[in-house]
Design a binder for this molecule. Structure first.
Ligand code: ZN
Length: 216
């Protein structure tokens, strides 16, 4: 009995040390969502929390659109962040390897600006579509070319969507043609790229509006 009394006394001391205010309770454990003061999880509050961390970049906010496939949006994200897997990008990470572009006969190092903006095939593709649309602007870099389409904002809904998505498709098909040249030993061709872009864009506009004229 004496030992039992000592045990009860000892447990009381331990309890008192752990809970000096006497607030410790024996309720069941529960999950607490620490981001919110209520401690309760809510899908709408979680969405708001994630939304606050969304990029405010004008360029990055324009690559997501219902008429741009998700794979193309992610490709554009990597392109604009200069994270595509080409030797020039690997070199900036410290991995140096032989580099020769597949878009021309100059044997130049394959760089993003060269492939997507400066080289003859890329220039032909960009010039073709800017000529069709009447877009008049000085475009010196890839980013300037892409953003120029987003800056116009025509009133007509079809043209507004077209201007929103076209530059993404131009970059996407240049990249696809480049990869076919690298892995399938085909030759990059501006006309083929233009046709693929036109086909995709017209298909997307048809889905959006059920019918559309092929003219830009
Ligand atoms: Zn080249």
């Amino acid at each position: 009995m004496a030992e039992d009394g000592q045990c009860q006394s000892a447990s009381g001391v331990v309890y008192g040390l752990a809970d000096p205010g006497g607030n410790l309770s024996f309720f069941a454990d529960e999950v607490v969502w620490s981001l919110f003061s209520s401690g309760k999880f809510s899908l709408s509050l979680a969405f708001k929390e994630i939304g606050q961390g969304r990029s405010s970049s004008f360029a990055l906010s324009h690559i997501w659109h219902c008429r741009i496939p998700t794979k193309v949006s992610f490709f554009m994200l990597r392109l604009l962040l200069e994270q595509l897997p080409i030797p020039d990008v690997f070199g900036k990470m410290g991995f140096h390897m032989p580099s020769k572009c597949f878009c021309c006969y100059n044997g130049a190092n394959e760089k993003l600006e060269h492939l997507f903006s400066e080289e003859q095939i890329a220039m032909e593709v960009w010039t073709y579509f800017t000529g069709l649309s009447g877009l008049q602007t000085i475009m010196s870099t890839l980013r300037a070319r892409v953003v120029a389409w987003w800056m116009v904002g025509p009133r007509a809904e079809k043209r507004r969507i077209l201007f929103r998505i076209l530059s993404c498709y131009i970059c996407w098909h240049i990249w696809k043609a480049r990869n076919q040249a690298v892995f399938e030993r085909s030759r990059m061709c501006a006309v083929t790229i233009r046709q693929a872009i036109m086909s995709d864009v017209v298909a997307e506009l048809k889905i959006q509006f059920n019918h559309v004229s092929p003219a830009v």
